[in-house]
Write a protein that binds this ligand. Structure first.
Ligand code: SAM
Length: 361
């Protein structure tokens, strides 16, 4: 029995089509941003600091003018670059920060650099929808690990040591004296390396299950020339169970884990009686409605969850599957308490995306 056709309002149809094609436009603009970053075009425009023609940009980038011209047109039409007339485009100071200044905490090209890798799993996801089992971070290859690293590194480089750590009572003097530190879910190790450079008397241990992240972390360590950092795969070398770690960090990873409760219990076993655990995780709310109402980036985050975070958190049968917006403050309080922690403080560090919790036994 077929149901009666539903009537379609032509104005709403037009508006809805516009919305859907706007999403496709965003995908194309994202691809252009990926190319601008990868080809060094933003860097060249930032160095020039004045409007450039396609011929000038192509010459300085050693690329073909026709391709550069079409890219400039696409970026101008999208409002990423400003068109100043006479075939010339400019990178505004704000665009320079986001697109070309990797040392600035607002640098944003990192997640665009791994976009092809993030999307490369699309062919595997229909099967994940059927089986329920997702893909871990290694599904995105080495370039995927580099993208995650570049996505988070600017904040660690600019703000972790000078701004965030001094806000935690008693921590900096202990780090200066010399303590054992563990970063669980350390990715490419940038946070740990920044801390290791600042506190040479302390010893730093990074733990991650991604072989590509661990490879990058060791490469980053060598490049930084620091000797007080060691990286481990926790399946082979678990956290110590002797209360010897005075400071533990978990940055943007608990919601990606298949069994975060077990990792929390391991952290409880590792941490000193007067130890400190700093959690950074997405400023999520409890429930779909609250997230959509209060988070203007909810659609971006929920899509990211399907492609990466929830997929990782379901990458083993029985995984908890929290996902990008799944680890909200109430859950964080409840789960850390269940793991044996008694004190929980929300530390507002003014981060646009992350909440920070200081947890103690
Ligand atoms: C979004 S990335 C964050 C990486 C890093 N903390 C950063 O801020 O750049 C999440 C990381 O958690 C790691 N991860 C997932 N489950 C883990 C587990 N059970 N133990 C350790 N690391 C895990 C993933 O491999 C991935 O590198």
């Amino acid at each position: 029995m077929s149901s009666a056709p539903r009537s379609v309002d032509p104005d709403r149809l037009k508006a809805f089509s516009k919305q859907v094609f706007g999403a496709l436009e965003g995908a194309m603009t994202s691809a252009m941003i990926h190319l601008g970053d990868r080809l060094g075009l933003y860097r060249v425009m930032a160095d020039a600091a004045e409007p450039m023609s396609s011929a000038e940009l192509a010459e300085r980038s050693e690329l073909h003018e026709r391709w550069v011209r079409e890219w400039l047109h696409a970026q101008g039409a999208a409002g990423v670059l400003d068109y100043v007339g006479d075939g010339r485009f400019v990178l505004t100071p704000e665009a320079e920060v986001v697109l070309a200044n990797e040392q600035h905490p607002a640098f944003g090209c990192g997640l665009f650099s791994s976009l092809p890798n993030t999307l490369s799993v699309l062919d595997q996801l229909p099967e994940a929808f059927r089986s329920g089992v997702g893909l871990d971070y290694d599904a995105f290859g080495s370039e995927g690990a580099r993208g995650v690293e570049r996505g988070f590194a600017p904040w660690y480089r600019a703000l972790l040591v000078p701004m965030a750590l001094p806000r935690i009572e008693g921590l900096v003097p202990a780090l200066e004296t010399g303590i054992r530190v563990a970063d669980v879910g350390c990715g490419g190790g940038i946070a740990l390396i920044e801390m290791a450079k600042a506190f040479p008397r302390s010893e730093f241990h990074g733990y991650d299950v991604s072989k590509f992240a661990l490879e990058r972390a060791e490469g980053n360590r060598k490049e930084a020339g620091v000797e007080n950092v060691v990286f481990h795969d926790p399946r082979e070398e678990p956290l110590p169970d002797d209360g010897s770690v005075a400071f533990v960090t978990t940055f943007d990873c608990l919601h990606d884990m298949t069994d975060p409760a077990s990792v929390m219990r391991q952290i409880r076993g590792a941490i000193a009686p007067d130890g400190i655990w700093l959690i950074a995780d997405i400023k999520a709310k409890d429930g779909y409605e609250a997230n959509v109402e209060q988070n203007p980036m909810a659609a971006l985050m929920l899509g990211t969850s399907v492609l990466t975070c929830m997929s990782s958190a379901l990458s083993e049968p029985g995984g908890l599957g929290l996902g990008t917006l799944g680890f909200h403050e109430d859950l964080a309080r409840h789960m850390t308490e269940e793991a044996g922690f008694r004190r929980f403080e929300n530390l507002d560090l003014g981060h646009p995306v992350n909440a920070f919790y200081v947890v103690r036994p």
